[in-house]
Design a protein around this ligand. Structure first.
Ligand SMILES: C[S@@+](CC[C@H](N)C(=O)[O-])C[C@H]1O[C@@H](n2cnc3c(N)ncnc32)[C@H](O)[C@@H]1O
Length: 356
């Protein structure tokens, strides 16, 4: 059973006779908007709230930067958690914009915290909302595992253009993406399964599919697994970024820093939260639900310290919450041969899965 199957129809019967029925994402690839559907389910909202590195980072940033009497917009409010932080920080008005049925949960959560006189939940695509006033602060937790990969930036920037005062601030203030070549033996183990004639059948096709899938929440990629220095993929200054900035294309070369088996490109983000703190899912930072986002290279390539690897990684937003990524590597082997591979794929639609 995969994680999508886990997100079947969910009913919560709460203290106050509240009965909320959240429709499950369809188990088919044809689901209209898998990511938005995914965010309507409890497990992912729970995973985000339980990630205390993430949530406390936002809490500190909001408490430090929202001033008494501010108007705040929370784009993609989910359960309303960031809106509640803003209200506690002294905002006079908070607009919580949430596109999915999770907005109904936010309404109830906000009521139970007695903040409903400050926060208004608007169940709508935030980028199309018209508000009666402009905001001093626009806060949003929009990052996928490598930052821009959920293609959340274009609607966020449209919202910024609609609602933020010229001197307003955004939380986070900037975002950068990074990637490095890496050795992730557990990923190799998973991919090699498909090519091992399991169940006495040829399942290579699954390997081809899996090897061209961008994988989220690779907690196994830790500093020791990095085979090269990190390279910067993109930088977004949220106040001035354009829609197009959500796309990136990196092409460069890296020197291998230690012997190993090159089995993926691992990527992560780093956000400046505007209060001199950063939120990042880099391998050397405290663990978050994001882990690393990995771009598989299978079969892995044995590499030695000093070797130069040319590689590319690019991302292109397709649709709301969906991007297509392509990656390639080119390695000059000691015997004079060249190993060159190209891949492309979209991400697994959920953050974590036992089997990905
Ligand atoms: C990463 S979650 C963050 C939720 C919450 N702010 C938090 O920090 O726990 C992003 C949320 O944005 C919502 N969302 C995505 N696109 C949206 C849009 N265009 N307008 C409003 N909400 C959107 C998703 O449904 C999801 O609940």
């Amino acid at each position: 059973m995969n994680s999508i199957e886990n997100t079947s129809t969910c009913e919560i019967s709460a203290k106050s006779n509240l009965l909320i029925r959240l429709s499950a994402p369809s188990n088919t690839i044809q689901a209209k908007n898998l990511r938005v559907d995914t965010y309507a389910s409890f497990w992912i909202q729970r995973e985000m709230l339980f990630d205390q590195i993430r949530t406390n980072s936002y809490r500190r940033a909001i408490l430090d930067q929202v001033k008494q009497g501010d108007v705040v917009v929370d784009f993609g409010a989910g359960t309303g958690i960031l809106s509640m932080f803003a209200a506690k920080a002294g905002a006079k008005k908070v607009y919580a914009l949430e596109i999915t049925d999770m907005a109904d949960v936010a309404v109830e959560m906000i009521k139970r915290n007695k903040l409903d006189h400050i926060i208004t939940v608007i169940k709508q695509d935030g980028s199309t909302v018209q508000l009666p006033e402009k905001a001093d602060v626009l806060v949003s937790e929009w990052m996928g595992g490598l930052g821009v990969d959920e293609n959340f930036v274009p609607p966020l920037l449209a919202t910024r253009n609609n609602v933020l005062k010229p001197n307003g601030i955004m939380i986070p203030a900037t975002a950068k993406g990074y990637a490095a070549l890496a050795d992730d033996p557990s990923l190799t183990t998973i991919l090699s399964f498909w090519y091992s004639k399991p169940y006495d059948l040829d399942l290579d096709m699954m390997g081809e599919f899996h090897g061209n899938t961008v994988l989220n929440a690779r907690h196994s990629v830790l500093p020791d697994q990095l085979l090269s220095k990190e390279e910067e993929l993109y930088e977004l200054i949220m106040k001035s970024a354009n829609k197009i900035d959500a796309d990136f294309s990196f092409s460069g070369e890296s020197r291998i820093i230690k012997d190993g088996s090159l089995s993926c490109i691992a990527a992560w983000f780093q956000c400046d939260m505007g209060n001199q703190t950063v939120l990042s899912n880099a391998p050397d930072k405290p663990a978050t639900h994001w882990g690393r986002t990995s771009f598989p290279i299978y079969p892995p390539i044995p590499v030695s310290a000093g070797q130069i690897v040319r590689w590319t990684l690019s991302s292109s937003g397709v649709d709301l919450m969906k991007a297509i990524q392509s990656w390639s590597i080119r390695v000059h082997m000691p015997d004079g041969s060249v190993v060159a591979r190209k891949f492309s794929g979209t991400q697994t639609p959920v953050h974590s899965s036992l089997f990905h």
